[in-house]
Design a protein around this ligand. Structure first.
Ligand SMILES: [Zn+2]
Ligand SMILES: [Zn+2]
Length: 234
């Protein structure tokens, strides 16, 4: 427990200098909390409503999915949640990741390694953090599982993915991500990202992990889009 105790001391001291805030409403919260009570009871928990195979609200399981299970804590369509995700991307403040790991942690089985969806090196250097890796660290701590470093890589690009259609995304992600020569034979991997929209990025990363030998890939995200799949039909 001393590690936990030291961590608590650090958080407590930091809290005096920088008060801890709820990622969803910005209210000041106790130093050892990751969310305020109102938000904790008011948020729509996605894990209870989505398909645990494909991770979607409207199940869209198909043979193209390279991952075996997917768990999302919240719905990105809720403005409180999407704002919290954007703040998390920008600041790297870990409360959203802590809260996500608490919700999703109940559904996750013990794995061999936790891996975050990679960010281009230049982008990570400019931003100072990769939010997917922050979530991976929180999940790793909660499950007492090692966090994998330098497993997957991403090439730096100028254009953001959301300017492209789903088909274009699928084609593009193939060339954007690549794996290392790490041998993952027989291993169960938890793959983390902040948001899942079309799932193209996550699926490509899962595909690479499988190519590296992984037996099972379990996806874990802070939020998933609820309306996306049904909107797409229209
Ligand atoms: Zn709140
Ligand atoms: Zn499904």
């Amino acid at each position: 427990m001393p590690k936990t105790f030291l961590k608590s001391c650090k958080v407590w001291i930091l809290d005096i200098l920088f008060p801890n805030r709820c990622p969803f409403c910005n209210e000041i919260i106790r130093w050892d909390k990751s969310v305020c009570e109102d938000c904790e009871h008011g948020l729509d928990i996605a894990c209870e409503q989505i398909c645990h195979k494909c991770g979607n609200y409207n199940c869209s399981c198909n043979d193209d999915n390279c991952y075996d299970n997917a768990f999302a804590a919240l719905f990105f369509d809720d403005e409180k949640v999407s704002n919290a995700v954007y703040d998390f991307k920008r600041t790297g403040m870990s409360n959203l990741a802590e809260y996500t790991s608490e919700i999703v942690g109940k559904y996750l089985e013990k794995a061999d390694l936790v891996v975050g969806v990679p960010m281009g090196k230049r982008k990570k250097r400019n931003r100072g953090h990769n939010q997917a890796e922050i979530l991976a660290k929180c999940i790793g701590e909660r499950l007492d599982t090692a966090v994998g470093k330098n497993i997957l890589y991403k090439i730096d690009t100028k254009e953001e993915q959301h300017h492209f259609s789903e088909e274009e995304r699928k084609e593009r992600v193939k060339s954007l991500f690549y794996g290392s020569d790490t041998d993952l034979s027989g291993k169960t991997i938890i793959l983390c990202d902040d948001v899942m929209t079309t799932g193209a990025t996550i699926n490509r990363c899962a595909e690479l992990l499988k190519e590296m030998g992984a037996k099972k890939v379990i996806v874990c995200v802070c939020a998933v889009t609820k309306l996306y799949k049904s909107q797409r039909e229209g």
